[in-house]
Design a binder for this molecule. Structure first.
Ligand SMILES: Cc1cc2nc3c(=O)[nH]c(=O)nc-3n(C[C@H](O)[C@H](O)[C@H](O)COP(=O)(O)O)c2cc1C
Ligand code: SF4
Ligand code: SF4
Ligand code: SF4
Length: 606
């Protein structure tokens, strides 16, 4: 089970299922898996009955369990309709198919949509998340049954380290942790660096608000990370690996710890792996959850027991990394791609995606979108396909306004660029970045100045304080944005924000400060009119900034239903039933409750 499904109640469903199976003495094997990604449908329960389509039920509760078991056992669908069925499933690692139903699909199941007909899944290509929601992450045998560790066997017994690096370079794999640097070339630099002791590190810090791609993989498929790291370590010549994961991810830590122990017991870690003469092991290093500790040099400092502060970039970690030894750091998602590249080959991998961004990318699709969850798509998929086709669009018929990609240091891409393909270059040219894969959807009720303020506030709290442009610059920019939102913006603020951004980009010590102005610059690039409305007209067009908005009743539309009066927490609304109501502005605290509850659109924000 993954954190997101547990939050939806999957642990209670599991317990109810275990109790029911025991009470009825059923011959069912109950397995916990990671998440299939679609949070809004959790808890998801899948039933595999020999020679029948695999059936998936969504939003299962503990109370529904007895009826659900009856349905599956007796193959009737009286109470619960399956979310989807799976007749056959391709294993992307091996290219082979598993056939759940070899004969005719029973008549009663024919109208149940196939998983590929569910828009959320139809356009996804799952490489990094290939096993999430399919295998029990605590069960090594299930990973192996899906082709796991065969790529490791192949590389260690048939390939030279240089051959592996060439293959990774040819695949075009670029780091999924933010910068998009070529993985193969980074491995090459680390292999070529002088020194007999070398390290590989998996960066599982993942501090971006709203991002949980790496957590899902570490929780749902930890062996894929471990296998990728062993292959990388062999190619680079490292004998020790570390997985740096935040302590706020307890389930990821637990599943990784169990997976490492099982891999060790099976001889996949330790001395002389597969009789190849190569020895390697991995330890977990827990972080305390500071965003800046995701930056590679701050991460290394944190692992060494020092304050988590980035260091100057002219010293490369591939030469002088952990304990001053050559060190290769890759993101969780980067590592999980490695076994698939080795198994299917560089040509196959680079045939997915675009010329400059090969393979897939996992995004956490959150915010104002119907289908909230993790999605993995081929690079080059458009924002429209992700938000509308996979995400099901913006709820309540509202308009898609923008999407923030790249986390707090990324940028907002406006609705007018909805057909932009996602790729490292494309997102950069649009003023944002790929980052690690956060994707926050905004509708027309989102104020872009307020959003920029939110991200700057986050960064002001997370700046390590080592250098002045970032330490003072981010705070000062946040204060200016706060003033603008509070109605105290002044002419010249926009120019001041732009000037400060330039200084921070030039003078910051690390990429946190260097990219911190991005939310401001991208919102200014596409939504400068909103800034001007706040500063010059003292108005918030999206109706968000409390100091700049007032709630009014439109007399012609008000039916006097008294609903607004009942929900107003400050008794600011007066009026008798069937009479036009009025709002006392001196009592109104702009909580929006009346606006949300009025069924006649009689309350407006100005
Ligand atoms: C402020 C900041 C935070 C970062 N956080 C992460 C993170 O949480 N995970 C990650 O993999 N990379 C993060 N990075 C990028 C890393 O410095 C590094 O580039 C990455 O781990 C390298 O792996 P890759 O080549 O596989 O992308 C961060 C960078 C900065 C500047
Ligand atoms: S730019 Fe910010 S986070 Fe980076 S070293 Fe300077 S103060 Fe620290
Ligand atoms: S909820 Fe709307 S229609 Fe009803 S009294 Fe309030 S303003 Fe009038
Ligand atoms: S916005 Fe809130 S406080 Fe103001 S009138 Fe409506 S319900 Fe009352």
């Amino acid at each position: 089970m993954a954190t997101n499904s547990i939050a939806a109640g999957s642990d209670k469903v599991y317990q109810a299922m275990a109790d029911e199976i025991k009470a009825r003495n059923l011959k069912f094997q109950l397995t916990k898996t990671g998440s299939m990604g679609l949070d809004s449908m959790e808890p998801l329960v899948e039933f595999v009955v020999p020679n029948k389509p695999k059936l998936s039920f969504a939003k299962v509760t503990a109370e529904k369990v007895p009826a659900l078991l009856d349905q599956v056992i007796n193959l009737h669908l009286d109470t619960e309709t399956p979310f989807y069925r799976v007749d056959e499933q391709e294993n992307i690692l091996t290219g082979e198919k598993t056939f759940y139903c070899t004969g005719k699909v029973p008549r009663i199941l024919r109208d149940i949509p196939l998983i590929d007909a569910i828009p959320y899944y139809a356009k996804q290509v799952k490489i990094a998340t290939r096993n999430c929601g399919i295998i029990d992450p605590e069960n090594l045998e299930e990973y192996v049954a899906r082709g796991g560790y065969f790529a490791l066997y192949k590389t260690l017994t048939e390939m030279s380290p240089d051959g592996i690096i060439e293959e990774v370079i040819a695949s075009g794999l670029r780091g999924r942790g933010g910068g998009g640097f070529s993985t193969g070339w980074k491995w090459r630099s680390c292999r070529d660096a002088e020194g007999t002791v070398k390290y590989v590190i998996c960066n599982g810090d993942e501090g971006d608000p709203g991002a949980y791609m790496d957590r899902s993989v570490m929780e749902g498929d930890p062996h894929s990370v471990i296998e990728g790291m062993i292959i990388g370590a062999y190619a680079i010549g490292a004998t020790q690996g570390y997985i740096y994961v935040r302590n706020e991810y307890p389930l990821a830590v637990a599943n990784l710890t169990k997976a490492l122990a099982k891999a060790r017991d099976a001889g996949l870690l330790g001395k002389n792996i597969f009789g190849s003469g190569f020895s390697f092991d991995i330890r977990i290093s827990k972080g305390a959850g500071a965003f800046v500790c995701g930056e590679s040099t701050a991460l290394i400092a944190s692992m060494e027991g020092k304050a988590g502060e980035p260091r100057a970039k002219y010293t490369h970690t591939v030469e002088h990394g952990l304990w001053d030894r050559p060190t290769n750091i890759n993101n969780v998602e980067t590592w999980t791609n490695v076994p698939v590249i080795m198994a299917r080959g560089a040509d196959w991998f680079s045939s997915i995606g675009t010329k400059t961004s090969s393979g897939t990318k996992v995004f956490s699709l959150v915010g104002k979108v119907n289908n909230i969850g993790l999605v993995e798509v081929a690079m080059g998929t458009t924002i429209r396909e992700i938000v509308h086709d996979i995400g099901g669009g913006v709820p309540q018929g509202k308009t898609f306004k923008a999407v923030q990609t790249g986390g707090p240091s990324g940028g907002c891409i406006p609705g007018s660029l909805i057909d932009l393909p996602v790729g490292f270059e494309e997102l950069g040219e649009a003023g944002s970045m790929m980052g690690s894969g956060g994707m926050i959807v905004m509708d027309d009720t989102t104020c872009m100045v307020d959003i920029a303020k939110y991200f700057l506030d986050f960064l002001a709290k997370e700046s390590c304080g080592k250098c002045t442009p970032c330490r003072d610059g981010v705070r000062r920019m946040r204060d200016i944005l706060e003033d603008i939102c509070n109605g105290h913006g002044e002419e010249g603020d926009v120019e001041l924000l732009k000037g400060m951004s330039e200084a921070m980009i030039d003078g910051s010590h690390c990429a946190l400060g260097g990219s911190a102005p991005n939310p401001v610059l991208s919102t200014l690039r596409y939504f400068q009119d909103e800034y001007e409305a706040h500063i010059l007209d003292k108005k918030c067009p999206a109706g968000v900034c409390k100091a700049l908005i007032h709630f009014h009743v439109v007399a012609d539309k008000c039916t006097g239903c008294v609903k607004c009066k009942k929900v107003c927490p400050t008794r600011a609304i007066q009026g008798n039933r069937k009479e036009v109501h009025e709002i006392d502005q001196t009592l109104c605290i702009q909580c929006r409750a009346c606006y949300e509850v009025c069924a006649f659109d009689a309350i407006i924000i100005e």
